[in-house]
Design a protein around this ligand. Structure first.
Ligand SMILES: [Zn+2]
Length: 145
């Protein structure tokens, strides 16, 4: 059905009925014009949708294959990223392990540096007396021993 408003050639999307009984069919553009006319005249006009699916499809008629395709695409993209995530987690574990090793190594070096066998000067900066943390460390290791 075509829009019956003047000589409009658009496909009608609504049928309308004026308060006084006059009926017709109109396109989206002329629906707006009819509403404006109705406000100006202060007379009601009612619209009935002729082609609802063309404008706003109800949820039940959504493009299900299209949605499923989009879902599959998103899922495969996610699956592509999972190995990357695994790699990142492995790297974190490696770094944590390395951190543990380095911490242990540092502890060993500290104990060596402050052990009575070694000369403390070798680990000290070229000038100045031992700094407070060194004294603390010394005291600490003595307490432990
Ligand atoms: Zn029209």
């Amino acid at each position: 059905m075509d829009c019956t408003y003047d000589d409009c050639a658009n496909e009608a999307t609504y049928s309308y009925m004026w308060a006084w009984g006059e009926e017709g069919a109109c396109c989206d553009t002329h629906r707006i014009i009819l509403e404006q006319t109705s406000q100006r005249l202060n007379r009601s006009v009612s619209f009935t949708s002729l082609a609802a699916p063309a404008t706003m499809p109800p949820a039940s008629s959504w493009d299900r294959p299209g949605l499923e395709k989009a879902l599959r695409l998103a899922t495969s993209e996610l699956q592509e990223k999972i190995p990357l995530l695994g790699e990142a987690q492995m790297r974190v574990l490696e770094l944590e392990e390395l951190n543990k090793e380095l911490t242990a190594e540092l502890g060993k070096l500290r104990r060596q540096a402050f052990s009575p066998k070694e000369t403390p000067d070798s680990a000290e900066p070229p000038h100045g007396s031992p700094s407070p943390p060194v004294k603390l460390q010394l005291k600490h290791s003595k307490e432990r021993a």
